[in-house]
Design a protein around this ligand. Structure first.
Ligand code: R5P
Length: 280
């Protein structure tokens, strides 16, 4: 088995190789002065089961993924599993207005071209998986959150009902409470967010979301949970996109962490084990 690491997933591919007990395949990657990517595989892949790890955010990493797939396809390989830890564009999963691209479909169709299987983590909308003809799976990062939060939290909260399954799964592993936050608009300026059933008074809470982008969702949730008496507030996301001055807004959080699906200084949680599990 051979693991090729794309430049957007260097740490995660390294961790995965470690967990699987494999060496990373020797490759070369460069960007030309104009920003175009150059990829080269320096080992023979003939007859190999190949794993390619490359997140598709931001856009330049999508092109790089296609170049790696093309280079891999030059060999008579046994099979290719493409691991796209963060599947970008999953939020544009349909045409909301006439004339719009169905971005998630556009990426899915191209991504599976040379792949035998595609694996991603916590895809924003599972319906996007229907755009694939080849086998595809979205793995859950919940066990990784549970490993990280063991002994640190009393309650796991999803900022919305849609993410409740993730909060439930992590809390079941930890044996702690979970809930989701319900939003109520009080007036034009004020939105209240509070757990559907639990009280957070005196509790250490973790807000767990699939994405932190602008940080608006988590900032509002943390502010309200603090007002409701939470004593420690940690924020965690699978995919830390961290657009703009996001950390400036998250001052009510004692900690902000992400997994390594999108690599940054906040990537303190690895999903390598979750990925490794599918290779037995
Ligand atoms: C929403 O459906 C998602 O689960 C996230 O809550 C959202 O994408 C977070 O975005 P932001 O950080 O910009 O509030």
């Amino acid at each position: 088995m051979k693991i090729i690491r794309g430049s957007a997933s260097r740490r995660l591919a390294g961790e995965l190789a470690k967990v699987l007990g494999l060496e990373l395949t020797k490759t070369e990657f460069q960007r030309f002065p104009d920003g175009e990517a150059y990829v080269r595989i320096l080992e023979d892949l003939t007859g190999e089961k190949v794993i390619l790890v490359q997140t598709t955010h931001p856009d330049e990493n999508i092109v790089e993924l296609f170049l790696w797939q093309d280079a891999i396809n030059e060999y008579e390989i046994d099979s290719l599993v493409t691991i796209t830890p963060y599947f970008g564009y999953a939020r544009q999963d349909k045409a909301f207005n006439p004339g719009e691209a169905i971005s998630a479909r556009a990426i899915a169709e191209r991504m599976e071209l040379f792949s035998d299987e595609v694996i991603t983590i916590d895809i924003h909308n599972k319906q996007v998986l229907d755009y694939f003809d080849k086998p595809v799976a979205s793995l859950s990062a919940a066990p990784a959150f549970a490993r990280y939060f063991r002994g640190k939290v009393d309650v796991i909260l999803s900022p919305d009902k849609g993410g409740m399954e993730r909060a439930r799964e992590a809390s079941e592993i930890l044996g702690c409470d979970f809930d989701y936050l319900e939003k109520t608009r009080l007036n034009a300026e004020t939105v209240e967010m509070q757990p559907k059933t639990l009280s957070v008074e005196g509790k250490r809470v973790a807000i767990v979301d699939d994405i932190i982008s602008t940080g608006g969702t988590v900032a509002l949730a943390a502010k309200q949970l603090k007002e409701q008496g939470a004593v420690e507030i940690r924020a965690a996301c699978t995919h830390g996109l961290f657009a703009g001055n996001v950390f400036d807004k998250l001052y009510d959080c004692n900690e902000v962490v992400a997994t390594d699906t999108v690599e940054s200084d906040a990537s303190k949680i690895s999903v390598a084990e979750e990925i490794a599990n599918i290779f037995g």
